[in-house]
Ligand binder design. Structure first.
Ligand code: SF4
Length: 368
């Protein structure tokens, strides 16, 4: 029987580097784009031969970096190669990440006819001063325009990225951004808290950034959840919100410990209980240097990933997967968190409340 997997393809190019970002991407031109697409297609063939018909693909996610810098023709070329090499399930979710700057130039009609059915647009904020602070090279109007162009061709399953904790962001400016997203008529919103990552420009100037303090961050997070849910974007993961039925199937599979293959520099995979990845080098990727990352899908990992989801950890599913119940200490501690409003207990599931999500790392360290 063939397994259903997710396929992640990484596009390691951006037009310019945002000062907070530590994803693997470089600046490049037409020659490098073409060269990379050839390499990606070779690796699709490699993995297809490796699996030899034993897997089906249920979701494809082209992320980055900025996939949209490749333009519609190259993106369609990549997707056609996926289809030549793998069996796609008939209702496969096929997402591509789009920057509002290059996104508004894409031929969405071509992309729709090739099979793309979901977009994730990196907007971050609708407030010009915040976009400037983040070093973004587009306006909020670009994001709206991109969404409208896609919607007009029938690609209506669209996600917008938002960011909270931006320097000088207030509840008022956050509301402006959420209102703007809702007006765009999108189906999904990802809202991430700005994190200062090592080796980024922001890390070098952190003390001068005027970042909100922890309490302000917490307030902004809870306000985001409240506003988005008022608009009908229901929280289904710590940072993700969707209209009913539009939860990202690809990303949900990560949190459900589903299997996936990541192709491209810095792309990670989980298959047959093993984790492995390509490192952050296009040359090593071309040489197909795959690095083992040990066992995956352990009970601890399953608990941590499940609790990222709003539906939480189902104790019956846990027993089915691991052949044992959760330790008694888990229930004792979790029940205390329920009492204090950090968690909820419904039937056979434990899950975090929005207040619990805010301190989920600390609670998880205690629970596991
Ligand atoms: S466009 Fe996205 S991937 Fe590229 S540098 Fe900015 S945040 Fe990072």
């Amino acid at each position: 029987m063939s397994k259903s997997i997710g396929l992640y393809l990484h596009i390691p190019f951006c037009k310019s580097k945002c000062p907070y970002c530590d994803f693997y991407s470089t600046r490049a031109g037409e020659y490098e784009y073409n060269d990379y697409v050839i390499a990606l297609k070779e690796k699709l063939k490699y993995w297809s031969n490796h699996f030899n018909g034993t897997v089906k693909v249920k979701t494809v996610y082209i992320g980055g970096g900025t996939p949209s810098v490749l333009g519609a023709k190259r993106l369609c070329d990549i997707l056609s190669s996926v289809k030549e090499n793998f069996t796609l399930e008939s209702n496969a979710e096929i997402t591509v990440e789009v920057n509002p700057d290059s996104g508004k130039k894409l031929d969405f009609a071509l992309m729709k006819s090739t099979g793309f059915n979901r977009l994730s647009i990196g907007m971050q904020s609708a407030v010009p001063a915040e976009l400037k602070k983040l070093g973004r090279i587009h306006t909020a109007e670009d994001a709206k325009h991109t969404a409208e162009l896609a919607q007009a061709t029938g690609i209506t399953n669209i996600s917008l990225d938002l960011m909270t904790g931006i320097p000088l962001q207030t509840k008022e400016t956050l509301k402006q951004s959420v209102d703007f997203c809702a007006q765009c008529g999108v189906t999904h919103i990802s809202s991430y808290i700005l994190k200062i990552e090592e080796n980024t420009k922001f890390a070098q100037i952190e003390s001068k950034l005027n970042l909100p303090c922890d309490d302000e961050q917490a307030e902004l997070y809870l306000y985001t959840v409240e506003l988005l849910e008022q608009y009908g974007y229901m929280q289904y993961e710590i940072s993700n919100f969707a209209k009913k039925g539009f939860e990202s199937r690809h990303n949900s599979s990560y949190w459900e410990c589903g299997e996936y293959i990541g192709i491209g520099p810095s792309a990670h995979s989980f298959f047959n209980g093993k984790r492995f990845f390509y490192d952050r080098s296009i040359e090593n990727f071309k040489a197909n240097k795959i690095i083992n990352d040990g066992e995956g899908g352990t009970a601890e990992e399953y608990i941590m990933l499940s609790l990222r989801l709003k539906k939480g950890l189902n104790t019956d599913k846990y027993i089915k997967r691991y052949g044992a119940t959760l330790p008694l200490s888990f229930f004792k501690k979790a029940d205390l968190y329920v009492k204090n409003g950090f968690m909820e207990h419904n039937g056979t599931s434990y899950s975090f409340t929005p207040k619990g999500f805010l301190v989920s790392n600390t609670i998880l360290a205690d629970l596991i």
